[in-house]
Design a binder for this molecule. Structure first.
Ligand SMILES: [Zn+2]
Length: 149
């Protein structure tokens, strides 16, 4: 089932409200799947495989947030901090997802949101989610957490 982007954004807001309720102790213990999530951003190939391995050694699943276009040669958002040649691609993300790890969207191209218009930011969210739907096996935006850069 494909959902509209506006529904997704609405769902995301509801999820954020739910998290707030959880942090205030309103949700019961049975409703909580976990108390703490350590997430890892951007999609550094070697690091993400190592992070997955460490989590697996403790019987845990890693939360890995990847840039949709990080694997493309055109990616050049922050070469000093995110060198394109160190990033993995959706072959890697599909392998890690098959091992049970959580792979979530972390922007289309990692722009500084203080430097782009709201329309550009929305457009990039749309492109990012579509790219995930087309390239990450079993991914649905409905159950996703969008991790802003
Ligand atoms: Zn990032």
């Amino acid at each position: 089932m494909k959902i509209s982007r506006s529904k997704f954004i609405g769902t995301s807001l509801a999820a954020a409200a739910s998290l707030s309720l959880g942090s205030m102790g309103i949700l019961t213990r049975a409703q909580k799947s976990h108390l703490l999530t350590l997430s890892f951003d951007d999609g550094f190939k070697n690091s993400f495989y190592r992070i997955a391995e460490i989590h697996e050694n403790y019987g845990l699943k890693a939360c890995l947030n990847v840039i949709a276009t990080g694997h493309l040669k055109s990616f050049n958002a922050e070469p000093k901090w995110i060198p394109q040649n160190l990033l993995g691609d959706f072959n890697d993300w599909n392998k890690l997802k098959e091992r049970g790890h959580e792979i979530m969207p972390h922007t289309w191209e990692h722009l500084n949101l203080t430097e782009v218009s709201v329309d550009k930011a929305k457009e990039n969210i749309e492109k990012c989610l579509s790219h995930f739907e087309e390239n990450l096996s079993g991914y649905t935006s409905e159950g996703a957490v969008y991790n802003f850069a």
